[in-house]
Design a protein around this ligand. Structure first.
Ligand code: SF4
Ligand code: SF4
Ligand code: SF4
Length: 261
């Protein structure tokens, strides 16, 4: 059987003009009604965002880590890493514990707080398009090849080729090639990445972060933790968890009201 060649996006900040075509294409692809001009951070209504810092435009989205913490902490395998690169999410498995949000080192997953039965939301690396042999919607839409899609190995080679050809134009580092064991989103920048608030990570994956996130579970589940755990074991259904949380919040509000009465 042919080996699956993992894919990646190469995002070259020296080429990005902030036109937001990538944001618009992503919103259309995922049927999200958000105004693309308003998207400067990730939310349940936007899987990619564009922020500007010192005249440099920086895209944000899930990095599709090669060794993703979100996958390792999810107790019900709602998150899965696919061989082609996308880290995908199955809302029908999700119990709503939000460990993934705590564990992600890039602060990516968001939550549909305003929905009765919320789900986790994040970029899916256009997994369905990739399965059809198509590039991601954002890469296809970018008029300046600031976002390009291809085999990860080729994207890394292309990034180093650009640095070698124009050393004055680039900070000599491909962010995502090795950080945390590597990611599917690779960045080139004209300035050191710290100046753009990219986290400074080592090359090691983060099993220790996973462990820390798990240690936080009692904190995460401070509202009715025992009740939630029981429901998870019995049903594995986030609908039940959402209802239990709502009931608990309501009880707490009533308690506070009674205290003040
Ligand atoms: S960036 Fe966060 S949500 Fe995306 S794969 Fe990595 S750990 Fe998971
Ligand atoms: S890869 Fe797909 S889901 Fe992710 S930002 Fe690009 S268009 Fe959006
Ligand atoms: S479409 Fe390309 S140039 Fe326009 S904002 Fe997105 S990455 Fe930058």
């Amino acid at each position: 059987m042919a080996r699956v060649r993992p894919k990646a996006l190469l995002i070259d900040l020296t080429r990005c003009v902030g036109c937001r075509e990538c944001v618009s294409a992503c919103l259309i692809e995922h049927h999200l009604p958000t105004d693309p001009d308003s998207v400067d951070r990730l939310s349940a209504g936007a899987l990619t965002a564009l922020a500007e810092k010192d005249g440099i435009y920086v895209r944000q989205m899930c990095r599709h880590c090669l060794e993703p913490s979100c996958v390792s902490v999810c107790p019900v395998e709602a998150f899965q890493k696919t061989p082609a690169g996308p880290v995908v999410y199955d809302a029908s498995r999700c119990m709503g514990c939000r460990y993934c949000m705590q564990a992600c080192p890039f602060g990516v997953p968001t939550y549909e707080w305003d929905k009765a039965v919320p789900a986790v939301v994040k970029c899916d690396f256009c997994a369905e398009r990739q399965a059809r042999g198509e590039p991601t919607a954002c890469a296809e839409a970018c008029p300046f090849e600031a976002t390009t899609f291809g085999d990860r190995e080729e994207m890394i080679a292309e990034a180093h080729r650009r640095i070698a050809e124009s050393p004055d134009a680039y900070h000599p580092h491909v962010y995502g090639e090795r950080e945390l064991g590597g990611t599917s989103m690779l960045f080139l920048s004209p300035v050191p990445f710290e100046q753009l608030d990219f986290p400074a990570f080592g090359d090691q994956p983060l099993p220790e972060l996973t462990a820390r996130a798990l240690e936080k579970i009692p904190g995460i589940l401070s509202i009715g933790g025992a009740m939630l755990a029981g429901i998870w074991w019995i049903t594995h259904r986030r609908e039940e968890v959402a209802r239990a949380e709502a009931a608990e919040r309501s009880a707490l509000r009533q308690e506070k009201h009674d205290d003040h009465a």
